[in-house]
Write a protein that binds this ligand. Structure first.
Ligand code: FES
Length: 159
């Protein structure tokens, strides 16, 4: 009996330490991001770094949410989306860093094969047809691509 109580206390302590560490790293990353931000966004890539049709993953913090996103260069236009399929809450690159369909004309979710348009984030084929990826605002300034946080209710960014 005593052993069970002791073990429970150990697990509770580990859980609380985990929560505290998670909070610590979140606040540290948030401070870093604020320090690196300009024009309401964070620099994700240089314009000449990301070739047409290529994708770069990133992480930003929007209010209390840590957001995994990706930036895509659509023939010189940059678009950023939350890296979360609209069918289920899985990242598109279920196969690590794979975002494109075989013909490289669409974004693809590697879990069930949904296809999304580069420019709109609209799902045009697959189980989420008609839904759109969550867009993040993009700005190009001084040869850099900056991504910021959307306005309004961000509760959809919750894990
Ligand atoms: S989770 Fe993306 S298509 Fe099913």
């Amino acid at each position: 009996m005593e052993f069970t109580i002791y073990l429970s206390l150990v697990f509770l302590a580990l859980y609380l330490i985990g929560l505290a560490l998670r909070r610590f790293f979140f606040l540290r990353d948030k401070r870093r991001m604020q320090a690196q931000s300009r024009l309401g966004g964070r620099t994700i890539a240089r314009v000449d770094e990301l070739q047409a049709g290529s994708v770069k993953k990133f992480r930003i913090i929007c209010r209390q949410y840590r957001v995994d996103g990706f930036l895509v260069n659509d023939h010189g236009s940059f678009h950023a989306y939350v890296n979360r399929c609209r069918h289920m809450t899985t990242p598109l690159d279920f196969i690590r860093d794979q975002f494109l369909s075989e013909d490289r004309r669409h974004l693809m979710c590697y879990t069930h094969g949904a296809l999304y348009e580069f420019a709109t984030g609209l799902c045009i084929a697959g189980p989420c047809k008609g839904e759109s990826l969550y867009r993040l605002p993009v700005r190009v300034d001084r040869g850099e691509v900056l991504v910021g946080c959307p306005e309004g209710d961000l509760s959809y960014l919750k894990d």
